[in-house]
Design a protein around this ligand. Structure first.
Ligand code: TLP
Length: 340
């Protein structure tokens, strides 16, 4: 099977498995796991933040950040296709008691003017705005890179209004590698960031939340409340340290493969798709005359796995588990489906 469903399907490398076996561990709830401590210190440094905290998943990272920044009855501005809005099972409403304010973006990119107009004035009828969430790269936007200047404008706007900005940076290293913009420049336009080790970076488990020291201190309490305090977590954190050290630059290979896929699909009849929309490792196509679910079934018959992204999109994601050859096979299979 050629698995293009997600970059979450990546398996740990040999070096990761060795590091996991050899990891020095302690009880992280006591702050005594040396490997977790090292991961948190190194991540904070790489992301240009004062402190960082290891969490079990990207979803937990985002939710802990929202819980820490906000209070119930306030409003959080986010893009209408953001992972936080679309794919976290309404966790922010269920746990933080916030009201999401989803704004339409252009392939995930929010206009600063629209954000400015959505910040609530002080009025007893209105929920106070408590947070602005961004996502870079943007998953449902097709792995789109949110331009640094766009983030800067929104961050400045937030600062003028005393609002924090949280970045869902599940794939921020993809953005940095593809754009050449150092990751710290992106994170300088945020108060907090969540970043995943278990996507293109290939580690088996975990994300990091980074931000100011006072924020991380409070976030630790929220992680514990959610049952996210882990004990000898160095066993999994060790693989994340290997990911930080060895897996960032290779994301360029995934981008090259996604570009190859995009060029192979360019101009095909029966497919709504613009190769210029592909910035990183995600390719989103819209089959025009066949239901996406059926298209997916046809792919499966040809040994290819893809994701159906409702209502009408198919997502193809490159990762270290997918070779150039696999991409060529996938292009041929898609052509075959469209012809028949
Ligand atoms: N995304 C998954 C699915 O949930 C859709 C995927 O296959 O892409 N932020 C972004 C931008 C994400 O894409 C994801 C995972 C998360 C957060 C959540 O990470 P996990 O799965 O670790 O909770």
């Amino acid at each position: 099977m050629i698995d293009l469903r997600s970059d979450t399907i990546t398996r740990p490398t040999e070096e990761m498995r060795r590091a996991m076996y050899e990891a020095e561990v302690g009880d992280d709830v006591y702050g005594e796991d040396p490997t977790v401590n090292r991961l948190e210190e190194e991540s904070a440094q790489v992301l240009g933040k004062e402190a960082a905290m290891y969490v079990s998943s990207g979803t937990m990272g985002n939710q802990v950040a929202i819980l820490t920044h906000t209070s119930p009855g306030t409003e959080v501005i986010m893009e209408a296709n953001a992972h936080i809005y679309y794919y976290e099972a309404a966790a922010a409403s269920a746990f933080a008691g916030i009201q999401p304010r989803p704004l339409p973006g252009d392939k995930g990119i929010l206009s600063p003017e629209l954000v400015a107009s959505a910040i609530r004035p002080d009025d007893v009828h209105l929920p106070p705005t408590s947070l602005i969430c961004l996502e870079n790269t943007h998953n449902r936007g097709g792995g789109r890179i949110v331009p640094l200047e766009n983030m800067r404008m929104i961050y400045n706007l937030a600062s003028q209004n005393n609002l924090p900005v949280h970045l869902d940076g599940a794939r921020i290293f993809n953005a940095s590698v593809a754009s050449g913009v150092p990751v710290k420049e992106y994170t300088a336009c945020t108060t907090s960031i969540q970043c995943c080790f278990s996507k293109g970076l290939g580690a088996p488990v975990g994300s990091i939340v980074a931000g100011p020291a006072y924020f991380i201190e409070e976030a630790r309490r929220w992680r514990k409340r959610l049952g996210g305090g882990m004990r000898q977590a160095g066993v999994i954190a060790s693989a994340c340290l290997v990911a930080l050290k060895t897996m960032i630059d290779r994301l360029a290979d995934d981008h090259t493969n996604a570009r190859l896929l995009a060029e192979g699909l360019a101009g095909l009849k029966g497919l709504e798709f613009d190769p210029a929309d592909v910035d990183t490792n995600i390719v989103i196509i819209k089959p025009q005359h066949i239901h996406p679910q059926q298209f997916n079934e046809e792919l499966k018959k040809r040994n290819i796995l893809a994701s159906v992204m409702e209502p009408d999109m198919i997502r193809l994601t490159t990762s270290k588990e997918v070779s150039r050859r696999d991409i060529e096979t996938a292009v041929m299979a898609i052509k075959d489906i469209l012809i028949n």
